[in-house]
Design a protein around this ligand. Structure first.
Ligand SMILES: *[C@@H]1O[C@H](CO)[C@@H](O)[C@H](O)[C@H]1NC(C)=O
Ligand SMILES: *[C@@H]1O[C@H](CO)[C@@H](O)[C@H](O)[C@H]1NC(C)=O
Ligand SMILES: *[C@@H]1O[C@H](CO)[C@@H](O)[C@H](O)[C@H]1NC(C)=O
Ligand SMILES: *[C@@H]1O[C@H](CO)[C@@H](O)[C@H](O)[C@H]1NC(C)=O
Ligand SMILES: *[C@@H]1O[C@H](CO)[C@@H](O)[C@H](O)[C@H]1NC(C)=O
Ligand SMILES: *[C@@H]1O[C@H](CO)[C@@H](O)[C@H](O)[C@H]1NC(C)=O
Length: 437
């Protein structure tokens, strides 16, 4: 083929790819896409993405890297947003090995995941830090700074600075695969400040159980300072907190918390309304963990309603960032009995909000691990209980139809004017060096 025709063919192929060409933005209680149309979705929480991308876990599936395979399947299932850690999830693959010292393998895996998501028209909600431990967690930041305990992380100026330095590094990082600066990449849906920022709760003698207001003030000031800093470094992307959404001890909705009489939820020091109503937080998010909280589908309905009520007053959209339900086996009858009622309850609430134009615009199930394929996959015994396999009824009968349906709610968004597209579809792909002819 003459060189001219090769170039033309490549250009056409590139333009056919449906890349996200503009940032998702928020107008009042709606998300708007590049065409100023409402953007509603069903998403998935992914796990071990960088580990699988870099070959640390998993094996090739259909001749593909397990992450590439997951992205292909997600696109086919109309699961348009994935939530993923911008960090390792296993000790073997930290993003930072020390404050400001980056692991090139993890960083390249993050670059590759974003580039591959871009070429499939998917978006990724990236989580900037972890609460529960492991690499890039607040426990790690606390230990780097010689703090007494992980709960001292939120108040420590030195730990706050380390967190901010990581933010500055990531948003200005140039993707080594497609050349995009992260802050300019519409593939990034937005940022979670942390996965489930909160204080630990160890019992009634816990300092935050004794004085929840004091801890709540500390967490609130951390959220305000970090989100303000993130917005100053990256004004393009949406920002949310990433928390479960417990109501604060002074909140009129405190009785909607799980096991309200024990006050453990208040002792985490989250305060859903205060945490989300500040101007540097663009949308509200909640998590739903019936197994851990010991609650049923009736509670789930009431929990969603209470947060929709609280969010309407903020004039922002609400998403269910995480919801999941363990099963005792992958037997189809067990899945139908143990998991599906939770998924039906959550996704029916989403449908009903979308139908009535209410504030709830998305739900993202937990979880999808690219390296977990069948019972021979490493980690099967320990992490398969909450995995939703694409072949199960949870996917085919509940998630996929709702995901497909959510895309139909693409009505024009009031007040939205189109953005200058920062990354026209496909153009960046042509930076890939052409082979010699
Ligand atoms: C924001 O959206 C709500 C519906 O969710 C609507 O009642 C309200 O009038 C809107 N506010 C503005 C300023 O458009
Ligand atoms: C995804 O949505 C498209 C367009 O509505 C539809 O044709 C396709 O069947 C959907 N995929 C699944 C797996 O439901
Ligand atoms: C609570 O317990 C965890 C795990 O045992 C521990 O790491 C943490 O330091 C404790 N927090 C407080 C405030 O005592
Ligand atoms: C995995 O689960 C088994 C029991 O099911 C347990 O013995 C083992 O310690 C677990 N491994 C890890 C790494 O948690
Ligand atoms: C649910 O399953 C996950 C692993 O898939 C496990 O880590 C977690 O402890 C389980 N939760 C409960 C409440 O059993
Ligand atoms: C949500 O609505 C879609 C149609 O838009 C439907 O196919 C799907 O079954 C509904 N999901 C639930 C959980 O009711």
């Amino acid at each position: 083929m003459p060189r001219f025709q090769v170039l033309l063919a490549l250009a056409c192929a590139a333009l056919l790819l449906q890349q996200a060409s503009a940032f998702i933005r928020v107008f009042n209680t709606s998300f708007a896409d590049e065409n100023c149309r409402e953007f509603a979705w069903v998403g998935a929480n992914t796990w071990r993405m960088l580990e699988a991308q870099s070959g640390l876990v998993g094996v090739e599936i259909n001749g593909m890297n397990p992450v590439t395979n997951l992205l292909d399947q997600a696109a086919a299932l109309n699961i348009t947003v994935l939530r993923a850690f911008a960090s390792g999830t296993r000790p073997e693959l930290p993003l930072q090995t020390a404050p400001g010292v980056y692991n090139e393998v993890a960083l390249k895996a993050l670059d590759q995941m974003l580039a591959d998501a871009a070429s499939r028209g998917l978006r990724i909600l990236l989580i900037l830090a972890r609460n529960w431990g492991g690499p890039d967690s607040r426990i790690q930041y606390a230990s780097w700074n010689g703090l007494q305990g992980p709960d001292d992380f939120y108040a420590s100026p030195a730990a706050r600075q380390d967190y901010k330095d990581n933010v500055a590094f990531l948003v200005s990082h140039v993707n080594t695969v497609n050349g995009r600066v992260y802050r300019d990449d519409p593939t990034i849906f937005g940022w979670d400040l942390m996965n489930e920022p909160r204080f630990f709760f160890n019992g009634t003698s816990d300092p935050c159980a004794q004085d929840p207001k004091k801890c709540a003030d500390t967490l609130q000031s951390w959220i305000e300072e970090m989100s303000t800093y993130l917005k100053s470094q990256d004004p393009n992307h949406l920002v949310t907190v990433g928390e479960e959404g417990f109501f604060g001890s002074d909140s009129p909705q405190a009785d909607s918390n799980p096991q309200p009489s024990s006050n453990w939820a208040e002792a985490t020091a989250q305060d859903f309304v205060a945490n989300h109503q500040i101007p540097t937080i663009d949308f509200a998010g909640i998590h739903i963990w019936p197994d851990n909280w010991g609650v049923d589908t009736q509670f789930i309905q009431a929990w969603i309603q209470a947060h929709m009520d609280a969010t309407r007053g903020m004039g922002k959209p609400l998403i269910i960032e995480e919801f999941g339900k363990n099963v005792s086996s992958q037997d189809p009858a067990t899945i139908a009995k143990e998991r599906n009622p939770t998924f039906e309850t959550v996704l029916a609430a989403l449908n009903s909000s979308l139908e009535s134009g209410d504030v709830l615009k998305a739900a993202q199930y937990w979880m999808w691990d690219p390296a977990l394929v069948d019972s021979s996959s490493p980690g099967w015994a320990n992490i398969s209980q909450d995995q939703v396999f694409p072949s199960t009824s949870t996917m085919t009968d509940i998630i996929a139809p709702t995901a497909r349906g959510a895309l139909q709610y693409n009505t024009p968004v009031a007040g939205c004017t189109p953005q200058a597209t920062s990354a026209p579809a496909g153009r960046k792909l042509l930076r890939v060096p052409l082979p010699p002819y």
